[in-house]
Design a protein around this ligand. Sequence first.
Ligand code: NAD
Ligand code: DAU
Length: 332
Amino acid sequence: MERLLVTGGAGFIGSNFVHHLVDHTDLRVTVLDKLTYAASQESLAGLPEDRVQLVVGDIADADVVDPLVAAHDAVVHYAAESHNDNSLNDPSPFIRTNILGTYTILEAVRKHDKRLHHVSTDEVYGDLELDDPKRFTEDTPYNPSSPYSASKAGSDHLVRAWVRSFGVRATVSNCSNNYGPWQHIEKFIPRQITNVIDGIRPKLYGSGENVRDWIHADDHSSAVLTILEKGRIGETYLIGADGEKNNLEVVRLILTLMGQPEDAFDHVTDRAGHDLRYAIESGKLRQELGWQPQFQDFESGLANTITWYQEHEDWWRPHKDATEAKYAEKGQ
Ligand code: NAD
Ligand code: DAU
């Protein structure tokens, strides 16, 4: 494998993956990205031009996708509409990009017989009770709750069907909640960090008891590269780093790390259909492919992330007012 096409490579996790490839492989990378509101070209700045090229285009446009897929050895597919709250406001771009876009990628890899890795989410499994001893595994039945997670579930099913019916050489991964630099400030952790910087009290949906299983974006990248290199065709791998925390704990930790009283937050209107708990059992990936996460200490990973947002205000500042205005319309 010499040439890799990375869709959504200007987004939060996709750009992290491109940096990971430059640091850990000799691959030449083409990023295909529509540069939606969630993208950031700055996240790719400074990468060697002979290794990384950006093509601006839509994954649902077969005229763009087909020749690009033909010219590469493999595709890693990150591009998606990714935010649950946006999917509740308007599901249509989620259906178009996440389902039609994945279908377009699948038809191109089928036609040109190229290897595909499809990046997905643990949200396809729905949620768990707080006291349930079980965690999600590769055998957990699909049960998505939001338009976002349903569209990702639909994309996973398409990939599985193209593997079985057409012999497409694909793997799938379902990862838990990522944190780290370059995450859009609409998301929970960067929203609260930038709120505290601005003297705004963090906003916790509902009771704040909801649990997410946090993993650093760098660990997600190393897991995807491991699956691309060593994963068995047709298989699904769950990616997680044993990082279960409820939202209350996370907000209190952000406040404490930023020198504020730990109760200086507000409860706001809950998210419709809000999933209660996600938890990943990643034994298959660890035992079969030998992957291990490097960021085991959430508190120090969070502290580094806080420092990154403090030092990159010029990056997020232009989006802050509009992001908060959208939330304010819904009492959030
Ligand atoms: P993001 O919203 O930060 O980035 C998405 C990228 O896709 C953006 O650069 C955007 O411009 C691009 N894009 C959107 N529509 C496109 C289209 N039609 N054509 C081409 N490019 C398009 O998302 P993220 O958080 O980095 O998530 C990336 C992937 O990882 C998604 O597939 C998501 O479902 C999955 N995932 C995310 C998480 C998480 O915690 N954020 C966890 C598990 C899986
Ligand atoms: O589990 C993987 C998923 O994680 C990915 O598939 C999604 O792309 C990614 O956005 C993320 O989804 P969540 O909905 O879990 O992430 P979000 O950052 O939106 O919210 C995390 C938790 O925090 C969730 O329980 C809702 C809550 N929340 C969120 C915001 C924005 C708040 O309490 N307050 C907030 O202001």
